[in-house]
Unconditional design. Structure first.
Length: 174
């Protein structure tokens, strides 16, 4: 085996100078680059991702090796579990509804809906919820023109007011 040493001046993150030595080793014509910090005669080789300790009860994914094998396995597992959802909606529908003091349907249920935005067009508070919504149980939409609430649901949405009527604008994103 023969070794060729090369030294390079370097600085760490605190701008402290040090010398890094690189040694290329050759055994029977086969070459392997091994990095050493400081002096090859006093330091062990620096091998990537060899620090720390493997967790117990975890098995490496099959088909890979080393850190790249672990990372590609982790990526594959997470991408299947987390999934990727497209941002935005393909469709947008708008309407205005006059809400009364009885539960008033604002939008019907729609599979795949991303959300409904209800905007108060006047000064009477509106309470939002399901078909049995009341002023005591509904989500409060203030009686301020322009106040809005986003409901991320595919279910039907209803509104109710305490007395009289109140117009609301309804935007459906699906």
């Amino acid at each position: 085996m023969t070794a060729t040493n090369t030294t390079v001046s370097a600085k760490d993150g605190n701008t402290t100078s040090f010398t890094m030595a690189f040694a290329t080793e050759s055994v029977s014509g086969a070459k392997a680059a091994v990095n050493y910090l400081k002096s090859p005669s006093t330091e062990n080789p620096v091998e990537p991702a060899q620090d720390g300790v493997d967790a117990t009860g975890i098995t490496a994914p099959t088909g890979g090796s080393g850190i790249r094998g672990w990372l590609s396995g982790i990526y594959s597992l997470l991408s299947n579990v987390l999934g990727v959802k497209e941002v935005g909606s393909s469709n947008w529908a708008t309407t205005q509804v006059s809400v009364t003091n009885a539960a008033t349907q604002l939008v019907a249920a729609r599979a795949g809906r991303q959300g409904v935005v209800v905007t108060n067009l006047g000064t009477t508070p509106v309470y939002l919820g399901g078909s049995g919504v009341t002023t005591a149980t509904g989500a409060f939409l203030p009686g301020v023109a322009g106040a809005s609430k986003t409901i991320p649901a595919a279910t039907a949405v209803y509104g109710i007011v305490g007395t009289g009527t109140q117009n609301v604008s309804v935007e459906e994103l699906y």
